[in-house]
Design a protein around this ligand. Structure first.
Ligand code: PLP
Length: 450
């Protein structure tokens, strides 16, 4: 049997329509990758406009990451952190992350995925408030259309209705408020008054729930999977002020934004706010091995320590030595090649200019936006409006398929094409990315008109 046949017979891929899997005759099998290019089993090469799944920040084929993993496996493949034991790599990685996070974010808990990190947040925050003598502070405030993962707690923190329908989520204690989606929900509105309105929605909900019951606010600096929602510049400072006013913990989900994506090490640094807790994954290891980290403030850790209580939480692979060793070397690469500064000063502005010059004028494009190396192209039925084709979400999959047919992997989110390429992308590859989307838009325009 071919791999495609075995895939269809036995393998259930993530977030997939199994009917579609059958229709396609099994998944496209990616077998090989170098730099920013992925290759499938049938020999097609594609420019990876998504860095895998928003994660392969240093690009593919880094031999030193393989070598570090091999050396650590031979030295010590595993030991746990449950028996008052630890191994060297996660200790070093925690110290390194504390330095990058800065300020009071001086403690790090390790998990295997972004979802698990947000489950850690869920338990840690509630434990903290109980230890502070305010056990009624259980409510999390999040945004509609947020993505925080796929486990029960993290999918509940997320605000995607279609994920909630399956499995009876959200679990109690999560409130969702409006997202700062200017193009979709504030079209034509002054961005600053829109930012004030979106932040005010948080305060209104806090007051409705009762500030004394609210444990934390959680948000992605830029919402990724929700469609690359880039908030107006002052939104986050307003959110921070509201959290401080009511003594509510502020959680920054940096699973996509962390490790250079926005042209800063972390999204909170770009937007200029100070969270109490930070979730990190994806770019932490550039996806070479699964590892995530939860950065925690001194105040929270001191409360736990002073209580003498155990935080009865942890995973077998919390602080896995091989994953942590690879993450450390990945951070070395990001630093050595200045991928954060390069994104801020060079490739990020180059992408923004290319989007503005070559895609924004297209008749199908309502908005083409980016920050650092994450971006979205909104597809509309009528230029100058935010009106969608059909019920919405009709046109982007057509454009995406034309991109893939022309050798570019991108994702469709509702009626937007989203992109998040490896941070090592060259100018020539950015040109290819933008020109391919343009050609795909032209092809889709003909198709939508017919
Ligand atoms: N948080 C954010 C912002 C994400 O984008 C994701 C994944 O896309 C997650 C959490 C969940 O991470 P994981 O898929 O590693 O569980």
């Amino acid at each position: 049997a071919t791999l495609r046949q075995l895939d269809m017979a036995h393998h259930l891929p993530a977030q997939s329509s199994y009917a579609l899997q059958q229709q396609l005759g099994g998944s496209r099998v990616i077998t090989h990758a170098r730099g920013c290019t992925i290759t499938d089993g049938e020999g097609h090469s594609l420019l990876d406009g998504m860095a895998g799944l928003w994660c392969v920040n240093v690009g593919y084929g880094r031999e030193e990451l393989a070598e570090v993993a091999r050396a650590q496996m031979l030295e010590l493949p595993f030991y746990n952190t449950f028996f008052r034991t630890a191994t060297p790599p996660p200790i070093e990685l925690a110290a390194r992350l504390a330095g990058l996070l800065g300020g009071d974010l001086q403690h790090v808990f390790f998990n295997n995925s972004g979802s698990e990190s947000n489950d850690t947040v869920f338990r840690l925050v509630r434990t903290y408030w109980a230890l502070k003598g305010q056990p009624q502070r259980t409510v999390f405030i999040s945004r509609r259309n947020a993505y925080h993962g796929s486990t029960v707690a993290s999918a509940s923190l997320g605000g995607m209705d279609f994920m909630h329908v399956q499995g009876g989520m959200p679990i109690p204690g999560v409130e969702h408020v409006m997202q700062p989606y200017h193009f979709g929900e504030g079209f034509g509105e002054d961005p600053e008054s829109f930012a004030a309105r979106a932040a005010a929605a948080i305060e209104e909900r806090i007051l409705a729930v009762g500030p004394e019951n609210v444990a934390a606010f959680i948000g992605e600096p830029v919402q990724g999977a929700g469609g690359v929602i880039i908030p107006p510049p002052t939104y986050w400072q307003r959110v921070e002020a509201i959290c401080r006013k009511y003594g509510i913990l502020l959680v920054s989900d940096e699973v996509i934004c962390g490790f250079g994506r926005l042209g800063a090490w972390f999204g909170f640094q770009h937007f200029g706010f100070t969270p109490d807790i930070v979730s990190m994954a994806k770019g932490l290891s550039s996806g070479y091995l699964p590892i995530s980290a939860t950065g925690v403030s001194r105040e929270i850790v001191e409360t736990l320590r002073a209580s003498g209580e155990e935080f009865t939480h942890g995973y077998t692979y919390s602080g896995h030595p091989v994953c942590a060793a690879v993450a450390l070397r990945n951070l070395d690469i990001i630093e050595r090649e200045d991928l954060v500064g390069r994104t801020a000063r060079d490739t990020g502005p180059y992408l923004a200019a290319a989007l503005a010059e070559r895609l924004a004028p297209h008749p199908l494009v309502g908005e083409a936006r980016s920050l650092g190396l994450i971006g979205a192209v909104e597809i509309v039925a009528e230029k100058g409006t935010n009106r969608r084709h059909g019920k919405g979400g009709q046109a982007a999959p057509i454009v995406r398929d034309h991109c893939i047919a022309r050798g570019l992997m991108v994702r469709a989110v509702r009626d937007a094409i989203v992109m998040s390429p490896p941070l090592v992308i060259s100018h020539a590859e950015i040109d290819q990315l933008v020109d391919t989307i343009k050609a795909a838009l032209d092809a889709a325009q003909a198709e939508l008109a017919s």
